[in-house]
Design a protein around this ligand. Structure first.
Ligand code: SF4
Length: 205
């Protein structure tokens, strides 16, 4: 029986029997959050956590955060924006700037953001946290799982499975979301100059 139907039939049930579990979802960007939210909402009360100090330049960060806030408002979900600390992120990945995308720099990048998500989950009483990062075909879920588990009670959910990435594309179009054309940091594949000169729109990756 679903929790909702329980509440309707037995409104006197104590809170612990009617409340759904909560989960903190680390959001890397709005398009990547669409399908994961849809899936998690079937089982959890979902709260969003935007923590992406890897993103550069700051105007790009602002655009991604605005899109995430718009999605949260549209779906009626709470969203917390972490402090933007690109200097701290640069210190964390120091020495790995020239690593190829999908390499060791990206692992340190995941570690930086997921550690902050885990700390927020701990401080605010979430029993679980997870991340939208696994929806990307360019990010290895096994690596993200390992890093997430090392930080705290991480739900290993591979959102790219069962057409998750394709579902993201459908929902992002439906919601008219801003879709960036590079991963995020200044070392991402794609030249810095072309990023700085492009308008805030383009195909998602
Ligand atoms: S390419 Fe993407 S995942 Fe890798 S370090 Fe840069 S922002 Fe992080």
């Amino acid at each position: 029986m679903k929790v909702g139907s329980c509440v309707q039939r037995f409104p006197h049930l104590p809170d612990f029997m009617t409340h759904r579990p909560t989960i903190l979802l680390h959001v890397c960007c709005a398009p990547c959050a669409t399908a994961p939210i849809e899936r998690l909402r079937a089982e959890f009360d979902v709260s969003l956590f935007f923590s992406n100090s890897n993103v550069w330049p700051p105007e790009e960060y602002d655009g991604r955060l605005a899109a995430a806030r718009g999605l949260a408002a549209r779906l009626g979900l709470p969203l917390t924006a972490d402090a933007y600390d690109h200097t701290g992120w640069l210190a964390h990945i120091r020495g790995l700037e020239q690593e190829p995308e999908e390499g060791k720099r990206c692992e340190k990048c995941f570690e930086f953001n997921l550690a902050r998500a885990a700390a927020h989950a701990r401080e605010h009483g979430f029993g679980l946290f997870t991340t939208t990062l696994t929806v990307s075909p360019r990010k290895r879920s096994a690596v993200i799982f390992r890093i997430g588990k090392a930080q705290g009670p991480f739900l290993k959910y591979d959102f790219k499975k069962q057409g998750g990435f394709q579902r993201n594309a459908v929902l992002s179009r439906l919601y008219g979301l801003y879709r960036q054309d590079y991963c995020g940091c200044e070392f991402s594949d794609c030249s810095r100059s072309s990023r700085l000169s492009r308008p805030l729109e383009g195909p998602a990756r």
